[in-house]
Design a protein around this ligand. Structure first.
Ligand code: SF4
Length: 234
């Protein structure tokens, strides 16, 4: 019997709000469950076991049917697999195989799923010291499994100058394979920061980044949060 995947949300089409494909129309599957518990996680509804009774348990073909309802036309938009940590779920290989458009994975790089080679893009998001998590503990094994033909970038939320230094140093070990490092302000949804505070954090990151003269670093916003706050399903 096919694995039933914990699904916190399926939604779209919406705009990818961050990273290398910001502004791209996409449909999202946000899986439930994560092997991390970051201090400023902005997806607690897909991480905290308190919310798990709200997650749907879906077979891969049910997920594909739901996605096709959201985007029935051809050509297909991209499919974003996010979480939580979607790499926990073996059944997403069948979802990726059935989706006719590009498939982009967002993960912290701790678990190597059997279907990693099916991804068009892998956005690896190792977590810096302020997360309170062992950010790059399993990153080397993950990166050694990334297929050659796959687009891969790093994306690191940063809350401090120390986080930024950590992100640049961590990325440096993989710079040959991963040309770009995206950084963005952390966004704690519990306090609902507001646009002014998010922009202030972005400006602070630039103040820390500017003297480092790092042309491969891309400072970005979470565009969807600026537009829609931390609303779910967008
Ligand atoms: S890895 Fe991502 S989804 Fe998991 S707890 Fe950290 S921020 Fe949240």
């Amino acid at each position: 019997m096919a694995e039933r995947i914990a699904v916190a949300e399926i939604f779209g089409p919406t705009l990818q709000g961050e990273g290398p494909h910001a502004g791209e129309p996409t449909v999202f599957v946000r899986t439930g469950g994560c092997d991390f518990s970051c201090s400023w996680c902005d997806s607690l509804h897909a991480v905290d076991p308190f919310f798990s009774p709200l997650w749907s348990r879906m077979a891969p073909d049910e997920i594909i049917a739901a996605l096709t309802e959201l985007w029935p036309s051809s050509p297909a938009c991209s499919l974003t697999l996010s979480g939580g940590n979607p790499a926990m779920w073996d059944g997403l290989g069948a979802v990726a195989a059935a989706w006719p458009g590009p498939v982009r994975l967002e993960t912290q790089g701790t678990i190597v799923p059997a279907w990693l080679g099916q991804m068009t893009t892998i956005v690896v998001s190792p977590k810096p010291p302020s997360s309170g998590q062992p950010g790059a503990a399993r990153l080397e094994a993950f990166m050694s499994a990334v297929p050659e033909n796959c687009e891969v970038v790093f994306k690191v939320p940063c809350a401090s100058a120390a986080d930024l230094d950590w992100a640049i140093a961590t990325h440096a070990s993989y710079a040959t394979r991963v040309p770009l490092l995206f950084i963005q302000p952390v966004n704690d949804p519990i306090t609902e920061l507001g646009v002014d505070e998010l922009i202030a954090r972005w400006e602070q990151l630039w103040a820390w980044l500017r003297p480092l003269k790092a042309p491969h670093v891309r400072l970005s916003h979470q565009q969807h949060v600026l537009a829609w706050g931390n609303a779910k399903g967008v």
